[in-house]
Every structure is written in C-alpha cells, then in structure tokens.
Design a protein around this ligand. Structure first.
Ligand code: FAD
Length: 318
C-alpha cells in the first residue's frame, strides 16, 4: 500500500487533535507516515502510532524554533524525497497551509486547501471542499504531481488504529532561505481555559442580540457548561464586545464543530461562511424570520436572556 505523509502539529510532543483526524483520514488513502519537527518531535511517536502511523520521521534543530516556516519546508521536502509518498497531508492551520503551499511549489505539485473530507478515488485522493461562502460542496482531485492537501479541523472523528510507528531520525539539510526570517519574540496569549476556537468540538457564539460586552458572560456560561469555545459575530466584534480572535465568518475564523450554538445572530451569509459546515447547528433568536433558521437543525424562537441561562442550568444538571 502506498505511503502518505502526514504533518504532525504538536506542542512539545503533545499531538494536537487535528493531526489525529488527519491520521484517521490518511488511512483511507494509504499508510500514514507521520513527520514531526521541533522540540519534543520524538515524543509524538506513540500517539501517532496509536492513530495508524506506520513510521514517524522526526527531526529537531534550533532552526525550527528560531526561524519562520522555511526550515520546516526543507524538512518536509527531505521527507518527501525519502518516502516518495502518494500524497502529503497538512492540518489547515495558518502554519500548515503555508508549509503546504511552499512544499507544493518546490515539488511541482498541485494543492488543495481547506478540504472537509477525503476519500480514495480511482485516480488518486479526492478532496471535498465547501466553497463560495459554503453555498456549494465540490469534489476535486489533483492532476499534477503528488497531491498536497490541507484538511480543516473537525473534518473527521479521530479513530485509533494502532500501527508500528517507531520514531526514525529524518536527515535535514537547511536551504539558504531557511534562516532568512528570524523569530524575535513570542508572546503567549492569555489563556481563557477554553478550547481553541477552530479545534473545539462545540462552539457557542454570540451576536448583536447579546447587546453588550457586559452580557457576554451569558454566552460564556453556556460554553463553559459544555466545555465549548466562545465565538462572536462580526457585529459583536466591531462593537468591541468580544475580541477579533473569536470572530466566526468570512473575515474571521472558520469553524466546523460537532455542535454550533448561535445566540442573537441573524445568520448573514458572511457569518454562515465560517460555520455552515458544523455538524449540528442550534440557534436562539427572538425573530422567527431570522435567516439563521433556514440553516439550523434545532431553532428556538425566544429571548436569549431567558433561553440561554435555562440551557446552561439544564446542561449543568447532567
Ligand atoms: P444582526 O444581523 O444585527 O443580528 C442580530 C440578531 O439578534 C437578530 O436576528 C435579532 O433578531 C437577534 N436578537 C436581538 N436581540 C435578541 C435577544 N434578546 N434574544 C435573541 N435574539 C436576539 N459577519 C460575521 O459574523 N463574520 C464575518 O466574518 C463577517 N465578515 C464580513 C465581511 C464583509 C466583507 C462584510 C460586508 C460583512 C461581514 N460580516 C461578517 C457582517 C455580516 O454581514 C453581518 O452584518 C453580521 O454577521 C451581523 O451580525 P449579527 O448576526 O450578530 O447581527
């Protein structure tokens, strides 16, 4: 069976959930070979193996931490040359997409970004994308070179499938460009203790209907009862009620959780673009004609200040 390279997104050896999803999807098109780079890379092997990696290529060097993505592109190119894979998969993070794009240029391949599903077709991997503000679903196949594909978080449920997956050292020699852009400082964002918006299995978002920053704790309380991330519409963000990092939509983040709850959000096309691929959508809106109701699996017509706290209390009793 052909091997498929899978880029491992990890923090000091702790593999992030989108990579587990990617390993799960990779098994549909071949045998996953994981590539982990930077501090703690070798520590990812056990987890990668648990999710089906037949090998885990690892490399650590100061360049990975001290410079922007080019050293990682060099490493991916080395892995590509060593493995000669049937496809190369990345999580659709900002970093994953940049490495993927640069790798595709270097190896002369086509690229598909932001896939939401992956399957093996007669002539190679077929990627599903949600396009034009999620108005259409397309299926595409790369016809030039080795397919390079990035996949959005929450596109598949991670399923374990233990494989051999021992760590193997990957030899990397860095290109001249590798040390071109140095990282001068890193500032960790203050943690809210909530999951990352783009990776969360559940997202609770608030819109203009929330009425002010002082009312967002109503949305946060429901999110916390569900272990969810908090999102916001652009109207809420533009009004200064919630940070831009939490904006969902065309000019914000794209989320695809198992459950998306929209409170006081009308459902404008630009908002839909960021959440339409959520598996189950619930809306609370006092206007029965709000366009969000065209999209939902469950809708509650009512005042969010009555409905949301009741929901929170109900969830807490379970
Ligand atoms: P509104 O449209 O004002 O809706 C508020 C809703 O709350 C209403 O339906 C109302 O019935 C309901 N409501 C009010 N009070 C209550 C209550 N007490 N209980 C329950 N319901 C209540 N928008 C985004 O969200 N994300 C984007 O990334 C984005 N990008 C954009 C990019 C461009 C180029 C443009 C032009 C627009 C973009 N927008 C984006 C803006 C978008 O068009 C909408 O203006 C925005 O989504 C509206 O936000 P909202 O639904 O919170 O507000």
């Amino acid at each position: 069976m052909a091997e498929v390279l899978v880029y491992v997104d990890h923090v000091d050896g702790a593999v992030r959930k989108p990579t587990l999803e990617l390993l799960t999807l990779a098994r549909r098109i071949g045998e996953p070979v994981a590539v982990a780079l930077g501090a703690g890379a070798a520590d990812t092997a056990a987890t990668a193996a648990e999710y089906g990696a037949v090998r885990v290529l690892t490399a650590d060097a100061p360049e990975f931490a001290d410079y922007l993505v080019v050293p990682k592109v060099d490493a991916l190119q080395a892995a590509y040359q060593a493995v000669n894979p049937a496809a190369v998969l990345f999580p659709s993070s900002a970093e994953g997409k940049e490495i993927a794009a640069r790798l595709a240029v270097r190896i002369g391949s086509g690229i598909i970004t932001d896939a939401v599903d992956l399957e093996q077709g007669d002539e190679g991997p077929v990627a599903t994308q949600s396009v034009f503000a999620a108005a259409y679903t397309t299926k595409s196949r790369i016809t030039k070179g080795t397919p390079v594909i990035t996949v959005k978080p929450n596109s598949a449920a991670p399923e374990a499938a233990p494989a051999a997956g021992a760590a193997e050292a990957l030899e990397v020699s860095f290109s001249e460009q590798a040390t071109g852009t140095k990282v001068v400082s890193r500032a960790a964002r203050e943690s809210t203790g909530r999951p990352d918006l783009t990776e969360a299995a559940i997202v609770v978002s608030g819109g203009r209907g929330v009425g002010g920053a002082e009312n967002f704790p109503v949305v946060e309380a429901l999110a916390d009862s569900l272990g969810a991330a908090v999102g916001a519409s652009r109207a809420a963000v533009d009004a200064g009620w919630y940070p831009h990092t939490n904006q969902v939509g065309q000019t914000g983040k794209t989320v695809s959780p198992q459950l998306y709850i929209a409170a006081g959000i009308s459902g404008a096309i630009q908002h839909r673009a960021g959440m339409q691929t959520s598996k189950t959508i619930v809306a609370v809106n006092k206007d029965a004609e709000a366009p969000i109701f065209d999209l939902v699996d469950y809708g509650v017509v009512g005042d969010l200040f009555e409905v949301v706290p009741q929901l929170t209390e109900e969830v807490k009793t379970r």
